[in-house]
Design a protein around this ligand. Sequence first.
Ligand code: ADP
Ligand code: MG
Ligand code: ZN
Length: 465
Amino acid sequence: MEYKTNIGLEVHIELLTKEKMFCSCKASFGDIENTNVCPVCLGLPGALPVPNKKAIELAIKTGLATNCTIDRKIIFDRKNYFYKDLPKGYQITQFFKPICKNGYINLENKKINIKEIHIEEDAGKIGKSSPIDYNRAGVPLLELVTEPDFENANEVIEFLNLLKEILMFCDVSDCKIQEGSMRVDINLSVRKENESLGKRTEIKNVGSFKSIKNAIDFETKRHISLLKEGNKINIETRRFDENINETLFMRNKETISDYCYFKEIDISPINISKDFINSIKNNMPILPNEKREIYKNKYDLNKNEINAILCCKNINNLFETLIKNIDNKKEVANLIAINLFKIVNENNLDIEKFNFNINYIENLLKLFLVNKISRDTYKDVFYEIIINDIEPISFIEKHNLYLTTDINFIESTILKVLEENKKSIIDYKAGKEKSFKYLIGQCMKSLKGKCDVNIIKDLLLKNIN
Ligand code: ADP
Ligand code: MG
Ligand code: ZN
């Protein structure tokens, strides 16, 4: 019997604000433990939370970018539970009225509905040098909840990549799954075709895209085999163990009543003006899906090139800057997708933090596109720019790498090569294409690579015939 899988995601996104959600402590990652704390985020009696305007702006921006409706009346609630990383004994969240609702993101072949996006504050975490590090307590988070529209891991990964692109291009979050600035909970159930949704389990905080795929594949199989053996699915929360590639029982799923939600009485409702929303709308960047369309339809780029150019903001900025002054978009895309990524991978560079001189790259590209240097020189000097920050023009001059434009010199060199390779000419005339290639190679060698290969081809053909 065939089973269908349904998956819904809850994605926690740490916002790129300087300050925490309800106090002015620094919201940064990796600082000395328990240094970014104050009475508000430590939950000391009498301390009052004040909502962070920038965080609300980023939530609205995310809602607009994911086709949500925005609720202009912002109300916060308390989610009560007792845990050592939660100093107040409750988390401020938006339970009854999320700021964004009913959005969607289009995958290539499918629409994934977003149920809601709400604002909340993060909890602390286990410290390395102290039992709990409260630097993270109170850091602004968005929680994005999808409908259970996914049917397999590939759709989930596609969605998360698109979401990540949107959040990065909108400067909402850096979405570093390994640093916890994007955290994904997977809800999964299986059912027979035509049946309503099955009982689900929840897999918490899966730590990488690869693990997300493995967790989904494992959990799907686990559900199916349980059902096939006539067992029931226990509604529970599980975790994914990357070492054994399996999900493991953590706890039974808590229910809404466990949390005793009620309104956050320390913060009065906030009314967002239409002007505020409009100003966010008017300052939205071009979204990655719009860019994707332009790259595909206007610039004729392929999927690999497009993915490379959209991998992160600084690479996209490199592309967009270069094409302002260079008509051959394809060549620019190629340089990034193939040459740059090769260098990045071979040298283990962090592409997001990566610095390079765009002017240098532009000057080099221009030289290549007007045939002043060979493709090999172009590649080699590009490497020098990326790795050693070498200025290309003086480098090319110093090493005498310009292509020869002296046609008489080229032709006399070619004639010499032909004189020394009479056998190859005969072979070529008898139909051996290889011999022609060999001749090109010999000419290149004599000219020390400093001639455009097309010029060599033309002159060879002219002189052979
Ligand atoms: P809760 O608040 O108990 O976590 P929600 O209704 O907020 O429940 O849903 C949480 C997530 O679980 C959502 O992403 C939703 O799409 C998903 N979900 C709900 N029911 C199912 C189901 N039967 N199968 C798969 N996913 C589900
Ligand atoms: Mg939920
Ligand atoms: Zn604080």
